[in-house]
Design a protein around this ligand. Sequence first.
Ligand code: NAG
Ligand code: NAG
Length: 416
Amino acid sequence: MHLIGLLLVLSLTLVAGIAVLKLRSALNARVDSSIEENPHRLGSNRKQKSKPQQKTLKGTPKTRFSSLLGRLQERTHCVAVLWCHTEQVTCFAFHPKKRCLLSCSSDRSVRVWWDPVDKQAKFSSVNLFTCAASQHNVKFPDFAEACCWSKDGQFVLFALSHTHAIRSYDVLENQKILSGSLDVVSVQKGNVKDIEMDPHCRYFVTYDDGSSFIVWNMRGNILATVDTHQVQNNRMAISPDGRFIASAGFIGDVYLWEVLFQKDSGEFVGLKKVIDLKGHRAGVRGVAFSHDNKKVATVCKDKTIRIWNIDVKYKLEEDAKLLFSLEPWDIHVDLLQVAFNPNDNLLAVAGNDSVAIYLLETRQIVTILRNCTGQGGVDIEKFGFSGDGTLLATLGHGQGWISLWHIPYMPGFSKV
Ligand SMILES: *[C@@H]1O[C@H](CO)[C@@H](O)[C@H](O)[C@H]1NC(C)=O
Ligand SMILES: *[C@@H]1O[C@H](CO)[C@@H](O)[C@H](O)[C@H]1NC(C)=O
């Protein structure tokens, strides 16, 4: 009897022991998988986990998404800060195809960074605007408050602050910017908020804080002055095919103006308001066209982000449709600007001092770049993707430097 009792006790402890061991390993497995799921923990053992970069992503949208998510979180980081000027940076613009960056400052300098993430970042620097504008006999120094590139990257346009002059300059690699052909004085009373150029170089657009914008031809003649009736201009954009100008302002409606040219002669005919994007309940701060000309993204003071389909038969009075809305990452964030990456698969939204990057196919946030300006309470003034889509540049309000963020290459997705 004693022997049987002893055996029973022994086998019971054995079973209990095995159970405890099993439970332990199960617990360990749980801990491991929670590490897998937590992206912040992932960061710490990034080295062991990093796999050779894959060229294409296969699988269902969900697995592709998690693969992308991993890559973005591992590889999106600040790659460079360009301490480029002695005073505040007033504007910058990326070359339409390359990484090359143009920056201007109230210290009157203009710099062209041929590859801004190159360790020995080379730039061409000129104090363009100290020289007198011969035609207009301007003697005092000036600086650019807005700039943009021509689509072929051959020349740049500047809107100057004091003199209100608009000038073009040719850009030749590894040389100083040479004087260009255009030199006119704007009739706008207010400071030029931004300047945008038609990709086909038929016209360019300037606008100030008021409610109107000016369309110029490349010789500097005014083609049209348009009152948008939007109380105040917040932002304007030209579609990549040059067909539409979008205007976003104090009122919630965003207007698309078709720029009409004579088919044969190419002569300017006029502007026509053809599409009205209705739905926002407050001022729209940011507007951007997708590179395939089919979508428009808007961000609004009412804390909504909307994607619209503008590929409609507007001539037959078909309205543009709201495709979907995206949730902001923080309900207290003030949305400021929006941009599509060159492949149209990522959407970057700037709000306060952060930039959230959404994957459009799944409509999820893949990463949030926080503290982009490096100073609490300083909002992002300007941001944009490089022409090749590998960089995102951010500039804080009143700051004298530009931060550059690495954006991993995104393989093409099926269109959303
Ligand atoms: C963003 O800025 C606004 C106004 O400057 C402020 O009221 C708000 O709290 C800020 N939001 C966040 C998330 O910091
Ligand atoms: C933001 O960045 C700056 C500079 O990198 C740093 O000094 C500061 O502590 C950061 N602030 C926050 C809230 O992370």
